[in-house]
Design a protein around this ligand. Structure first.
Ligand code: ADP
Ligand code: GLC
Length: 480
């Protein structure tokens, strides 16, 4: 099984969110399960800054682009477990930020990622890697099935290639003006509601949804939700039409990278068998955020998130008075939309002894938050999968989540009668519902036997990649 895996971000090279975790770890597990996988991503400034020993795999490739031949190179990471290739095109990718500054987009993102998609197809030929499956992720690579259908239809090299398009987030659609079709080498007739037009604009996402051989999302629940008007972002009709080829495969967690027993970022390591270190991580976390020590019966909550509407931080802000009235502490690490940042900063100024805020992207601090928190709060309005609840479980921080998408699939409400369950969840996206769950969590926290059962249940959860990787492989086989 020969798989070309295309993503706009992948760990440990460049990351803004969970897609990088998936694209950095799933290919290794596919390779372990026997697939031959080549990962492709852009050579961003951020990748270069890592100083990796990259080797040039191919230079001076070119294809016709709107302003003449587009010339680019392909670099290879020789130490990676699954082969990783980087597409070098400095005028598109040698910039600060992957998609734009923290709170915005580059104006030429459509062109940048259309170029990337085309460049990978051209690279495959030069690398003589004729894939059985091209596995594509989100709008940035969604044009690949359109290029295969409208540009490479007669090309024997791609005759056998099937495509799997994975939706990590339906709300990010890659919408651009009509004129872009001419600039990216696709026929203008695709500007049509039954093709790529979406309410007067060109939707890259639609190319994936319409033309990929199969579709998947990153949790079973989200695969059902997106077929409803509430979660369908205007595309639920199309998704219902394609429901026969749409499945949900829950993401995995890479426990080689996310394990409190071997995490060098922590003040002290610990495990389910020996939790002593977790208390040290908690004190270190409170002092890192300048928060006073807590009475024994009160917990610290953590939250690590992109600051986007999706994440329900408005619900958190509305609930702030009620939450801090309970005496708990909250530490939050995030970066993103300016409006949300401002709201959080105002709350941090108002509740300085309860709420610690860091506006940044900081992987080490994210880990210290999972380790030092008793609980994590995840109030998402929607969540295709969510990885922070999985990491929190492994680090012994109990998730209190909104029951949506992958959060609902991974978290089972704790039942004190049976001792089963790994967290707490609330259904309505309302401050009152959130506060009710938080109150229940604090009550459990004060009953140490229940609490330790809940923490240990979570640490014992196994979301490793072996099962999802096998599911992807079965899906590839069904296609090829
Ligand atoms: P999403 O992909 O929607 O952002 P996920 O829960 O799937 O949500 O994944 C988020 C990933 O990004 C996790 O690995 C999380 O730890 C990380 N992350 C998010 N924000 C930050 C931040 N400000 N600093 C460090 N890591 C972050
Ligand atoms: C998206 C989703 C998130 C998911 C991640 C990885 O960014 O918002 O829920 O976990 O992709 O699939």
């Amino acid at each position: 099984m020969r798989v070309a895996f295309l993503a706009s971000e992948a760990g440990p090279y460049a990351k803004t969110g969970g897609l990088a975790d998936v694209a950095g770890s799933l290919p290794k597990h596919l390779a372990k399960a026997g697939a031959e996988v080549k990962v492709f991503m852009p050579l961003y400034r951020e990748v270069r800054s890592k100083g990796l020993p990259l080797l040039r795999a191919s230079a001076d490739l070119s294809f016709d682009w709107h302003d003449g031949p587009a010339v680019f190179s392909v670099w290879e990471e020789p130490t990676a477990k699954a082969t990783v290739y980087f597409i070098e095109k400095n005028d598109y990718f040698e910039r600060d930020g992957l998609y734009g500054p923290p709170s915005g987009d580059f104006p030429d993102n459509g062109e940048r990622f259309a170029f990337f998609s085309r460049a990978v197809l051209e690279s495959l030929r030069v690398l003589d890697f004729s894939p059985d499956v091209l596995h594509l992720h989100d709008w940035q690579t969604a044009l690949v099935p359109a290029y295969l259908k409208f540009v490479y239809a007669e090309d024997p090299f791609f005759r056998k290639a099937k495509t799997l398009f994975t939706i990590h987030n339906l709300a990010y659609q890659g919408l651009f003006d009509r004129e872009i079709l001419g600039r990216i080498g696709l026929p203008p007739r695709l500007f049509h509601p039954e093709a790529l037009e979406f309410y007067g604009r060109v939707s890259f996402l639609k190319a994936g949804l319409l033309y990929a051989s199969a579709l998947s999302t990153v949790s079973p629940k989200y695969s059902r939700e997106i077929q409803t008007p509430e979660f369908g972002c205007g595309l639920d009709g199309l998704l219902r039409m394609r429901s026969g080829v749409l499945t949900g495969i829950l993401n995995g967690a890479d426990y080689a990278a996310w394990n409190p027993a071997g995490d060098a970022a922590l003040a002290r390591t610990y495990s389910a068998e020996d939790l002593d270190g977790k208390a040290a991580c908690k004190s270190a976390l409170l002092s890192a955020f300048g928060l006073p020590p807590l009475p024994r019966d009160l917990p610290v909550f953590g939250l690590v998130s992109r600051l986007a509407q999706q994440k329900g931080l408005d619900i958190l802000l509305e609930a702030a008075g009620g939450l801090f009235g309970l005496g708990l502490r909250l530490v939050l690490l995030g970066q993103g939309e300016a409006g949300i940042e401002d709201g959080l900063k105002a709350a941090a100024a108002r509740y300085p002894s309860f709420f610690g805020l860091r506006i940044a992207f900081d992987d080490g601090l994210a880990r210290r938050i999972f380790a030092g928190s008793d609980m994590v709060l995840i109030p998402s309005r929607y969540e295709p999968c969510g990885l922070t609840q999985m990491y929190a479980l492994k680090y012994g921080a109990v998730p209190v989540v909104r029951a949506t998408g992958g959060l609902d699939d991974t978290i089972q409400e704790y039942d004190p009668k049976t001792g089963a369950g790994n967290g707490l969840k609330f259904a309505e996206a309302e401050p009152s519902a959130m506060i009710k769950s938080v109150r229940r969590a604090i009550a459990l926290y004060s009953r140490k036997t229940d609490w330790m059962t809940l923490v240990r249940n979570g640490m014992a959860c196994d979301f490793s990649w072996d099962k999802p990787a096998a599911e992807y492989l079965a899906l590839y086989r069904a296609l090829a």
